[in-house]
Unconditional design. Structure first.
Length: 565
């Protein structure tokens, strides 16, 4: 069964409540400015080149940060908020403190640092979980009490969203008067692993030994290779009910993007997403252009068109056919995005509409394939980049099985001058048109690999009549009496005539041995036609195979014609 994964981009909001965090998120930026100060402006493109030493491994043992007035005040406020909420206080993580300090050096007053820079900061400091909830305050970095007072009103809400595993705060003076940027982070975590090297030698490998939280099930691990191809890795049982898997470089060189997912009641969730570098050193810096280009998208339908253009651009680069827009599927996607906007829960499984497959079925859309990506972002480019950076979601976007797509974009609240976007992408498959004569020849060739046969023109004609009728929506019971008369007329030639009637989405799935079964036919006739099938949907391939055993030479009794099976 084809999976659908959930990606949550820019999940948190300091203004309204949310459901449990779907980790895999682009950061949520919230800005505030201490009264009487003016933050300096940062001109893009932004180059992020921290001077501090990067981590060698992911998930080394967590250490406490040094004591500072602002750090201690922020931790005290966080512990107080957690206590009032009846939950354990997040752990002060020196890695997250360091990442926040590095981001404070580059965060602009207006606009939002691209999520790729946030991921870069986390990963160079050894953190594999996707982006945290981030609050940004501009002001006097030495005025700890003032800064914390701006953060306090938002803590309970963010903690309730599931960002209650780790806490970090960092700051950078950006002006001569001592004012600057303060970045505060709360991060959730649903997985623990052994230390994992960020870089491996050429041909190297590492075993990932992981345990997911108890409320998750069905963990999976994916890796996107430097070529863009995505693989699912085999898992074996690990310690404490966890799992093990091996990430192998083999002949691969460069970035290998690894993702750990698992499912809960809201669907599949990204628990970790991080690069391992094979035969190469992780980069020490990153440069990105401004994200303000997304501000020009003011209409939801324009955002949908741009997302379609971006995905088809990337599919074209991978020599995959473009996806065709489907208005019916887009309507399904828009309704789900509207529900996510209303509930502030970004997930695949809805308590009212069920799964993506349920929603497509309820819309009376027949298809054998349903894939779905969901996201929350501040811009089209950021949403697409986040989805493509996630191996599981990238696999949906680049699926060779998908032929059509519907995208639904619904705008939510205004956040620091940019509107949040709720995005749903639903992919389906409409089988391509086939040449019936070529398809019939393909089916005959696969049967001949099982048993040598002859071809009867009469059987061929009758099989084609049946296939055409089925493709036109007629029932087997309606079509069979006429076919029986035609077959009965062959009683002086055949001792028995059997039939197989089936429908498939793809001819590649046809198995000659399965079609023939226990029959020992001498002659066959194959009919092929395309039409609608109640489960497969449009362009289903109807296959009718009539198989006949010849009468012995000395005797030709009337044949007991078999009905369809």
């Amino acid at each position: 069964m084809t999976r659908a994964l959930a990606l949550l981009v820019a999940f948190a909001s300091a203004c309204s409540g949310h459901g449990p965090q779907q980790v895999g998120a682009q950061p949520s930026w919230r800005h505030g400015t201490t009264a009487g100060t003016e933050a300096p402006k940062v001109v893009a493109p932004v180059t992020f080149a921290p001077s501090s030493e990067a981590a060698v491994h992911y998930n080394e043992r967590i250490t406490a940060p040094p004591h500072t007035p602002l750090g201690d005040a922020a931790l005290a406020a966080t512990r107080e908020a957690a206590g009032k909420a009846g939950m354990p206080a997040p752990v002060a993580d020196a890695r997250l403190f360091k990442a926040c300090s590095e981001l404070a050096e580059i965060v602009p007053e207006e606009g939002i640092v691209g999520y790729s820079l946030v991921e870069f900061a986390l990963q160079r400091n050894g953190i594999i979980e996707p982006s945290p909830h981030l609050l940004v305050v501009w002001g006097d970095v030495d005025a700890a009490d003032q800064i914390v007072e701006q953060i306090k009103p938002r803590l309970a809400e963010i903690l309730a969203d599931g960002a209650n595993a780790r806490v970090g705060i960092g700051w950078a003076k950006r002006a001569a008067d001592g004012t600057g940027a303060i970045v505060f982070a709360l991060q959730g975590s649903g997985v623990s692993t052994n230390p994992i090297p960020r870089a491996l030698p050429a041909g190297g490998a590492v075993t990932v030994d992981a345990v997911v939280d108890a409320h998750y099930k069905e963990p999976e691990v994916f890796v996107t290779r430097e070529s863009g191809a995505t693989e699912r890795l085999a898992l074996e049982t690990g310690h404490s009910g966890g799992f093990k898997t091996k990430v192998e470089c083999g002949k691969h060189i460069g970035r290998q993007q690894v993702e750990i997912t698992a499912s809960d009641q809201q669907g599949s969730t990204v628990l970790a997403n991080f690069p391992v570098w094979c035969g190469a050193e992780p980069p020490a810096s990153m440069t990105i252009a401004a994200t303000h280009d997304d501000d020009t998208v003011v209409a939801a339908d324009e955002a949908e068109k741009r997302l379609l253009a971006l995905m088809n651009r990337d599919r074209g680069a991978a020599n995959l056919p473009s996806l065709v827009w489907d208005d019916r599927v887009a309507d399904v996607a828009r309704k789900h995005s509207e529900e996510m906007r209303r509930t502030k829960i970004v997930a695949h499984i809805s308590p009212t509409t069920g799964s993506a497959a349920d929603r497509v079925k309820a819309a009376n859309i027949k298809t054998a394939v349903v894939l779905e990506n969901v996201a929350r972002a501040y811009g089209v480019g950021e949403a697409h980049e986040g989805l493509m950076n996630s191996p599981g979601h990238r696999a949906n976007l680049m699926s060779a099985a998908a032929t059509h797509v519907g995208i639904g974009v619904v705008y939510g609240d205004d956040v620091s001058g940019r509107r949040e976007m709720f995005v749903t992408q639903v992919f389906i498959r409409v089988p391509p048109k086939i040449d019936p004569a070529q398809a019939a020849e393909l089916v005959r060739s696969r049967i001949e690999k099982v048993r040598r046969i002859g071809v009867s023109a009469v059987l061929q004609s009758t099989a084609q009549q049946l296939a055409d009728g089925l493709a036109a929506g007629k029932s087997r019971d309606t079509l069979w009496p006429r076919a029986r008369k035609q077959l009965d007329a062959l009683g002086n030639q055949y001792a028995r005539v059997g039939s197989v009637i089936t429908a498939v989405a793809e001819l590649d799935t046809v198995d000659g041995k399965e079609l023939v079964g226990e029959y020992l036919p001498d002659d066959i006739g194959v009919g092929i036609a395309q039409g609608t099938h109640p489960e497969i949907g449009e362009n289903a391939v109807w296959i009718v195979v009539l198989m006949a055993e010849r009468n012995p030479p000395a005797s030709r009794p009337p044949p007991p014609s078999a009905g369809p099976r």
